[in-house]
Design a protein around this ligand. Structure first.
Ligand code: BG6
Length: 482
């Protein structure tokens, strides 16, 4: 749509920024924290860029006050962070660790004191390793009850101060990379059947947690964050338009329909049944999933890029189980699902050094699609640019990041004009942090952290990038001056 004049962002818009426990905290074995699946996985040779770990990360565990002070100075309205399950329940289902609870109490209090709305992610991928050993984690239905118990501990402790909750972060990513691509724990390759079963368990954990939260704190707002990668049909050939439909049902709606409607898309279901890939669903599941869907308050969206969907013949390209993790542009390969679709490059869009397309309009499209299909409010829970930054005498000039964010915010403003109800926009990320597979050289933050891949490198001191000052002004003007 085209509007002569923009209405701009709503008055109470939450300008934010985000992080995740494993990527920032460090203190991996302090104050009673148990080992996570990631603590284990990063120690397997060849799994991460230059064998980087989150052992120390950017030491947010010890420097959270300094980080919150920087947020306050910037005028940040909301900070999205995740809680580490093994810090709260070290072995996943046994004793609760008071020191772990205390850390997040302190962080939340510090945020509230500084008028920053805490937005909490319950699960951003770090699962207690003990659950892997007990019953293979997400592969067993037993995880649902253990997850909900963990979630309830958080709701009971923090929901007096935390009113914004995201249950799952990018369920599509941690399951896809964990059971198909072998790049996240537990490192399984092409285990399609288990991939769908694991997802069903995660959907049940999400649903039961949503229901529990609303019982404990009826005025809390809740949703889950989906990694939404919209696709363009390769061209106007009908078979490519159909490839896009298949892609949408299997790669996007499969998750968003479950969160918003409590059911799988019919075409996806039919496809999985024909391939004998349908997960085991218990009798009561449907009712629980539907109830949770009726209770969610928003769709969380992590948006980074768009892709292209082109018909892929049955003898066509499959998954390559590879990713550009080095930052050497042009090394990503075309992947696909034989018989359905493949995702070739889009020559109309620039890319980052890690071969992710840069497509601001895609963010507006995400909002429009969610609004049309689900009519739900939206929280943009992640959006940002991973780039090499240069530290020059205490200054970091990152005009490329400012440019990226500016154009995305412009499109988000248009989405608001289109009638989409956008509640919050969180950039990824606040400080620089560990990029799971790409080490510390792929930087996303407004705040530069002095460290590199080597665990003993750098002072871990914080420095404001140019984008820090720019975003401060964006917040001050409620997105009017970009
Ligand atoms: C999302 C995750 O997938 O994208 C984050 O929720 C992640 O945890 C971010 O860091 C950027 O991805 P990457 O691979 O560049 O770190």
């Amino acid at each position: 749509m085209y509007f002569e004049k923009s209405k701009g962002f709503p008055k109470d818009f939450l300008w934010g920024s985000a992080s995740a426990a494993y990527q920032v905290e460090g203190a991996w074995n302090e104050d009673g924290k148990g080992p996570s699946n990631w603590d284990e996985f990063v120690r397997i040779p060849g799994k991460t860029f230059k064998a980087t770990t989150g052992d120390k990360a950017v030491d947010h565990y010890h420097r959270y006050k300094e980080d919150v002070a920087l947020m306050a100075e910037m005028g940040l309205k909301t900070y999205r962070f995740s809680i580490s399950w093994p810090r709260i329940i070290p072995d996943g289902n046994g004793e609760v660790n008071e020191k772990g609870l205390q850390f997040y109490d302190d962080l939340i209090n510090e945020l509230v004191k500084n008028n920053i709305v805490p937005m909490v992610t319950v699960y951003h991928w770090d699962m207690p390793q003990a659950l892997e050993e007990q019953y293979h984690g997400w592969e067993s239905r037993r995880i649902v009850d253990d997850f909900v118990r963990y979630a309830k501990v958080l709701f009971e402790r923090y929901s007096d101060r935390v009113k914004h909750w995201i249950i799952m972060n990018e369920q599509n990513v941690f399951t896809g990379l964990g059971w198909n691509a072998g790049m996240h724990p537990p490192g399984k390759v092409d285990d399609q059947k288990m991939f769908y079963q694991v997802n069903h368990h995660a959907f049940m954990a999400h649903a039961k947690s949503v229901i529990a939260l609303k019982e404990i704190c009826p005025d809390a707002k809740v949703g889950s964050s989906f990694a939404f990668t919209p696709a363009y049909a390769f061209d106007r050939k009908p078979e490519n338009a159909m490839a896009k439909m298949d892609y949408d049902d299997l790669e996007n709606f499969y998750w968003m329909d479950m969160y918003a409607y409590g059911r799988y898309p019919r075409a996806a279901r039919a496809y999985l049944e024909s391939k004998d890939l349908m997960p085991v669903i218990e009798d009561e599941d449907e009712e629980i999933l539907k109830k949770a869907a009726s209770l969610i308050d928003f769709m969380g969206v992590n948006y980074y890029r768009t892709c292209v969907a082109e018909y892929n013949p049955i003898d066509g390209v499959g998954a390559t189980h590879e990713m550009n993790t080095t930052g050497k542009k042009g090394t990503a390969k075309v992947q696909g699902v034989p018989g359905l679709y493949k995702n070739p490059a889009n020559e109309f869009l620039p890319t980052t050094d890690w071969d992710w397309t840069i497509d601001p309009m895609g963010l507006r499209m995400c909002c429009r699609q969610i609004t049309s299909r689900y009519d739900l409010p939206i929280v943009i829970s992640e959006n940002g640019l991973g780039a090499f930054d240069k530290f020059e005498d205490g200054e970091i000039h990152d005009p490329y990041r400012i440019d990226y964010l500016k154009h995305h915010i412009e499109e988000l403003k248009k989405a608001c004009d289109d009638g989409c109800r956008v509640l919050a926009y969180c950039t990824w990320s606040y400080t620089d942090l560990l990029s799971w597979l790409n080490g510390y050289q792929k930087r996303y933050g407004f705040v530069y952290v002095d460290r590199e891949e080597d665990e003993n490198s750098g002072t871990l001191n914080r420095y404001k990038k140019d984008s820090y000052y720019w975003y401060k002004h964006v917040i001050e003007t409620n997105g009017e001056e970009l």
